[in-house]
Design a protein around this ligand. Structure first.
Ligand code: PSU
Ligand code: MN
Length: 304
């Protein structure tokens, strides 16, 4: 086994078998600008504590996998320049070479599995990019959901992605896509989309039972819980469509490729909406953290 450094609160929660919720760090280093990134990260951790669970933000610091960050470590990571974006492929290389990196959804799921954590909250997952028929750009997050047994709570996927193709890949990979409390698949900034969600559950307890059932059946892979953004924080799709189109055009024109694509698009959307998208993003991440904490508590109550 590799060396894992637990934060003091996660070590304490684990020793008492209390519910823990994993959090990613790419959203901090590549998904939101400083200083809002560290403010939001700390707030989201507190939201989880307020629900009676313990937050475990994942990152690789100087070659050590951290499960839970102390407040100073979170501050330092949020301000650091040129932190690597670490997904499944990069993770062992980063650890072996003593590097520092922020974990994507895929890498956070791997870290959670290593630490025995089964529930994870984020904003949006990576997916199939628009134009994937030419670029072949499909996030490793989707394949991770097919093989690593973690329930991921997200607000659906951003309209920078091709949502129908993203759902098709998840279906092919046997990943349960479960909308929380509604029939349609939520589309990140909008609670509703015109796509229906393959599955629907209405309570944290039902989601926990479905997770425990996969485990009992020894099925590999996790679950994607698509939690709609709170109504008061929504941004109309019509308003964002031109912004996304412009960001996409710029990415194409500048030949942005590979793992740089998603951070480039997120950064441009923040700039072009002058922070409006950020407020919605904060509201939905906090909402996902609260639901994830409830799921982790229910799962804990079900026992092994
Ligand atoms: N989508 C978002 N916000 C994010 C990301 C995706 O709305 O912060 C980040 C997550 O860390 C996700 C990663 O795992 O981008 C996906 O990158 P890629 O598309 O290169 O797989
Ligand atoms: Mn990609």
């Amino acid at each position: 086994m590799i060396n894992i450094q637990y934060s003091s609160e996660v070590a304490d929660a684990k020793s008492k078998n209390l519910p823990v919720v994993a959090l990613e760090s790419t959203i901090i280093t590549h998904g939101m600008p400083y200083p809002q990134n560290v403010e939001v990260a700390a707030q989201v951790e507190q939201d989880i504590r307020d629900q009676g669970a313990t937050p475990a933000t994942m990152a690789i610091l100087d070659g050590t996998l951290h499960v839970g960050l102390e407040a100073e470590q979170l501050q330092a990571l949020g301000q650091a320049q040129n932190v690597a974006k670490v997904s499944r492929a990069d993770m062992p290389v980063c650890i072996a070479s003593g590097g520092t990196g922020a974990t994507t959804v895929a890498a956070t799921m791997i870290a959670a599995r290593l630490a025995g954590i089964e529930v994870f909250a984020t904003g949006g997952i990576g997916g199939v990019h628009k134009g994937a028929e030419d670029s072949f750009d499909i996030s490793a997050d989707l394949l991770e959901l097919a093989q690593t047994p973690v329930t991921v709570v997200a607000a659906g996927a951003k309209a920078i992605l091709d949502l129908p193709k993203t759902l098709e890949v998840l279906e092919t990979q046997g990943v349960p896509v479960i909308a929380y409390g509604q029939d349609s698949f939520p589309a990140f900034w909008s609670a509703q989309s015109d796509l229906s969600s393959p599955l629907r559950l209405n309570s944290a307890q039902e989601i926990a039972k479905a997770h425990a059932t996969r485990r009992a059946m020894a099925l590999p892979g996790g679950q994607l819980i698509a939690n709609p953004i709170p109504a008061e924080a929504e941004i109309p799709a019509e308003e964002l469509a031109p912004v996304i189109a412009q960001a996409q055009q710029e990415a194409d024109a500048q030949n942005v490729r590979g793992k740089a694509v998603t951070p480039f698009l997120l950064q441009r959307i923040f700039e072009l909406t002058e922070g409006r998208s950020l407020q919605a993003n904060i509201a939905l991440v906090r909402n996902n953290a609260r639901l994830a904490a409830q799921i982790a508590k229910e799962l804990n109550a079900l026992g092994r």
